[in-house]
Write a protein that binds this ligand. Structure first.
Ligand code: SAM
Length: 226
């Protein structure tokens, strides 16, 4: 009994691995966060495997149903809307349930937005903290304060609608000179890395409304661009 956790592209469809394609073709069922969204990916690669939805609002009944499929001998793969399942999306509950049911978990690695951003950001990358989505309201101040003396790069996902507010708060708390990178629309047509400081990036996005999917990377306290 096996559950394959399959990474899919974060934009550029060429970023799917041969192994992922083979697994998605071979399994009996694909559990997908949004089946309509994932249908486009499967159609592009001429994959006809049936899908079942599994998303953040899926309750215990859906988890039980998926586990029952695997226990009945069905080969099942889990994908999310983009990237690596479980990285800021709902895979973990299913992985836990599968382990509790003594199902083997096989990872099929591939793209993830935070690692893709880290690869080209230019900030120290030997050690880093991936902190998921920034909280929308509560907890932001104490989180940002904890970065004052951070000794490794911190990485967040953020909505473009909140980016300006976030940069303002970061400038207030970390000061105008903290080095920051905004990685936008990774692997897509408008992929852009904005490298600067809290001050320069705030200036930049005050002039130009932030758009698209965004990763924020905050340098360790002692890093400056050379
Ligand atoms: N599982 C995904 C992964 O492995 O990165 C993350 C899913 S999370 C629901 C979606 C968030 O990831 C977006 O709001 C954005 O912050 C980030 N993201 C996803 N794709 C991206 C891209 N192509 N460029 C920049 N950020 C991206």
């Amino acid at each position: 009994m096996t559950l394959f956790i399959v990474a899919t592209p974060i934009g550029n469809l060429e970023d799917i691995t041969l192994r992922a394609l083979n697994i998605l073709k071979e399994v009996d069922l694909i559990a997908a966060e949004d089946t309509r969204h994932s249908k486009k990916l499967l159609t592009h690669f001429k994959i006809n495997t049936a899908m079942i939805s599994y998303h953040s609002h899926s309750g215990q009944a859906k988890v039980d149903k998926i586990i029952a499929h695997i226990k009945a001998g069905k080969k099942l793969a889990l994908i999310s809307d983009a990237g690596t399942p479980g990285i800021s999306d709902p895979a973990w509950t299913l992985i836990q349930a599968a382990l509790n049911a003594e199902i083997k978990i096989v990872p099929i690695p591939g793209a993830s937005a935070f690692l893709t951003a880290l690869m080209a950001c230019g900030l120290p990358m030997n050690q880093f903290n991936y902190l998921g989505f920034l909280p929308a309201k509560k907890g932001r101040h104490s989180l940002f304060t904890s970065l004052l003396d951070a000794n490794r790069t911190s990485i967040f996902y953020e909505s473009p609608h909140r980016l300006l507010k976030t940069l303002k708060q970061l400038e207030e708390i970390l000061g105008p000179d903290r080095s920051i990178v905004i990685a936008r629309e990774l692997t897509k047509l408008h992929e852009t890395f904005y490298r600067g400081t809290t001050f320069t990036l705030l200036e930049q996005f005050n002039k130009q409304k932030p758009k698209g999917e965004i990763v924020i990377l905050i340098a360790p306290q002692n890093f400056t661009w050379s």
